[in-house]
Ligand binder design. Structure first.
Ligand SMILES: [Zn+2]
Length: 425
């Protein structure tokens, strides 16, 4: 059963937000106090106390009149803090992490409620009620599908979020599906697809760079340690957060649409390390990605390609499809019409002109076609395709159904409507 998470922004009233901060603070107190106890035991030559023992300490602290305020916070969240602390210690004992650290103000890890029954979820009215708190509105951007396992409330840059983890039923891949979309990721274009779609990179950063610079300057002008500097830093944080949110939204919309339209998608199997190497130019593919080598955009693109793939993988899987990674070698130099492969086929970065057959096309669209063709070959050769036992997918609900049933139609890809990005040619 695949696990998925839905993350929504919460809209607590000022009073509720205050309570949330208090809860988070009490969990931080529990974390720090437990570390203190562990250190004391260690100094006395005693053994490490595990989760169950730490929970007994917690009960004692909640019952102690001096720290009775701890009992105002839901106990599940404090127990989860101890569970996390135990895990942190285990990593330390196994040499995989440092000794757990005390946490200061603003380093709260969030409130986790480990059971579905811990919170009331009212999806109809887009609200949620964690224990010992009132109803809170959430910006619920999509329906929560699946059975809820747990909730985590976190704070980031002054905003609260809820992450709802759910378990969803397996979708068995449909038989008879083949890749119907090939995607070539690039720099001048974020992506080119066999549907003829050219997606320009989101230059959210570029657009907001001026404003960002101004805010950064205003931070550096303020006196260190002053209240105004603190405020300017907060503002800078909000600008960064907004840029990140815009980028995330943009990518999600793109990958959701692709996954809705195509159950099986072929993409280049770009490994970050390999990409960095190929930037210098290799024997197989000289300098395909030279231009992207330098610059700020580079690392962002690396992340965006990896994230696009991750999203496509789980979104197609949820619809009974798959992502087919293909070897990126030669995809930029092979002619999608006749198969002739030569670096001379690329007179410029943007154009593809086949020496052999004269086929001429936007270079990225040509590459996307090669990716799709390679995807077909990989898909047909995979072990499951050869096996006798191929089960049918169970029916898929609602809007995905159309995409699932749709048989691949050769040629239809080329006439597909360009619904986003910049149409080229
Ligand atoms: Zn050709």
């Amino acid at each position: 059963m695949p696990i998925r998470a839905f993350r929504f922004q919460l809209r607590p009233t000022p009073g509720t937000a205050h309570t949330l901060r208090r809860f988070a603070g009490s969990c931080r107190w529990v974390w720090n106090r437990a570390i203190g106890e562990q250190q004391r035991l260690r100094a006395a030559g005693e053994k490490f106390s595990g989760y169950a023992a730490m929970c007994r300490w917690l009960t004692a602290w909640r019952n102690d009149p001096d720290t009775a305020w701890l009992a105002e916070t839901p106990v599940q969240a404090q127990q989860q803090t101890l569970k996390r602390l135990e895990a942190s210690y285990r990593r330390f004992f196994e040499g995989q992490g440092g000794y757990p650290r005390f946490r200061g103000r603003g380093q709260d890890a969030g409130l986790r409620f480990p059971k579905a029954s811990d919170c009331k979820l009212d999806a109809e009215n887009q609200r949620i009620k964690p224990p010992k708190l009132g109803w809170m509105r959430m910006r619920q951007s999509q329906a929560v599908e699946g059975s809820v396992r747990n909730y985590t409330l976190t704070q980031a840059r002054g905003r609260w979020f809820v992450s709802i983890q759910v378990e969803q039923p397996d979708v068995i891949p449909a038989a008879g599906l083949v890749p119907t979309l090939g995607i070539d990721f690039g720099v001048t274009l974020f992506a080119a697809t066999t549907d003829g779609e050219c997606v320009a990179p989101l230059n959210a950063l570029k657009r907001q760079q001026k404003y960002l610079k101004r805010v950064q300057r205003s931070v550096s002008r303020k006196v260190k340690g002053s209240k105004n500097r603190r405020k300017a830093i907060d503002r800078l944080g909000r600008v960064h957060a907004r840029i990140a949110a815009q980028r995330s939204d943009w990518l999600h919309k793109l990958t959701t649409r692709w996954a809705n339209e195509h159950p099986v998608i072929a993409i280049e199997d770009l490994k970050v390390a390999a990409m960095s190497a190929s930037a210098k130019g290799t024997a197989t593919d000289p300098g395909k990605r030279v231009r992207q080598k330098a610059g700020l955009n580079r690392s962002i693109l690396d992340q965006a390609w990896g994230e696009a793939r991750r999203q496509l993988e789980y979104k197609t899987a949820a619809r009974g499809g798959a992502v087919v990674p293909v070897d990126p070698a030669y995809t930029s130099q092979r002619c999608s019409a006749c198969g002739h492969t030569a670096r001379e086929n690329r007179p410029t970065q943007a154009r593809f002109e086949c020496e052999a057959c004269g086929h001429s096309e936007n270079a990225d669209l040509n590459a996307a076609k090669n990716v799709l063709a390679a995807g077909h070959a990989v898909w047909v050769a995979r072990p499951e395709a050869c096996g006798a036992e191929v089960r049918r997918a169970r029916p898929v609900r609602g809007r995905h159904a159309a995409a699932m049933k749709q048989e691949p139609a050769e040629g239809s890809a080329a006439q597909a409507v360009v619904s986003a990005g910049i149409p080229v040619l």
